[in-house]
Design a protein around this ligand. Structure first.
Ligand SMILES: [Ca+2]
Length: 202
């Protein structure tokens, strides 16, 4: 009889512990852009003859580039199987990807590698506060990355502390080579694991 009661109590304890650990798993990491690992990303518009650099509002989510062949997904990945590669022969390259982030401030991070025949120069990753009606509506946040530091074949981490209180639909993620302040050099820029954390989640 006593043994039966002990077993019964033990079962209760196990149930309690299991329930508790189940609750803990609900905790979130805070990243609001899980697509940044590139495993499910795509290039849009997929067959657009105009080679648009800016995605249209009605497009599916994905990356747009100008010229059209400046972006591809490659197997040299920081995580998973794929990463985004942005490449330039030294001519201007615009790449954009809209994300509906409404947070006033926060942090964006990503991992990257650079392959370039040049030893000096900088590439720039902008976050452009974006409205579909009014386009660019506020000052950009950005990070400049150095070819000198990042052409060692290793992954490096970049951080943007973004801020924009202007009413908008979100941000355009906007890597640039050879234009808008980025050095006019040939480069291949591999980007993976973009994460966006609103300030309130820190
Ligand atoms: Ca990846």
């Amino acid at each position: 009889m006593k043994r039966g009661i002990v077993v019964f109590i033990c079962l209760f304890l196990v149930a309690g512990v299991t329930g508790f650990s189940g609750e803990k798993k609900v905790a979130k990491t805070g990243n609001i852009f899980p697509e940044g690992n590139m495993e499910k990303e795509k290039i849009v518009p997929e067959k657009d003859p105009q080679m648009m650099a800016v995605p249209a509002r009605e497009n599916a989510n994905g990356w747009c580039g100008n010229p059209k062949d400046c972006i591809e997904f490659v197997k040299d990945a920081h995580s998973g199987k794929l990463a985004l590669k942005v490449k330039s022969t030294g001519k201007p390259v615009w790449v954009n990807r809209f994300v509906p982030v409404k947070a006033t401030e926060g942090t964006l991070t990503f991992y990257y590698k650079i392959i370039s025949p040049e030893k000096e120069g900088e590439l720039i990753f902008y976050m452009v506060p974006w409205s579909w009606e009014r386009c660019e509506v506020d000052q950009r946040s950005s990070v400049s990355v150095s070819v000198k530091e990042a052409s060692d074949g290793k992954w490096h981490k970049a951080t943007i502390n973004f801020y924009s209180a202007v009413e908008r639909d979100g941000f355009m993620l906007a890597p640039r080579i050879a234009t808008e302040g980025a050095s006019e050099i040939p480069a291949e820029w591999i980007i993976d694991d973009i994460e966006i954390f609103p300030a309130s989640d820190k």
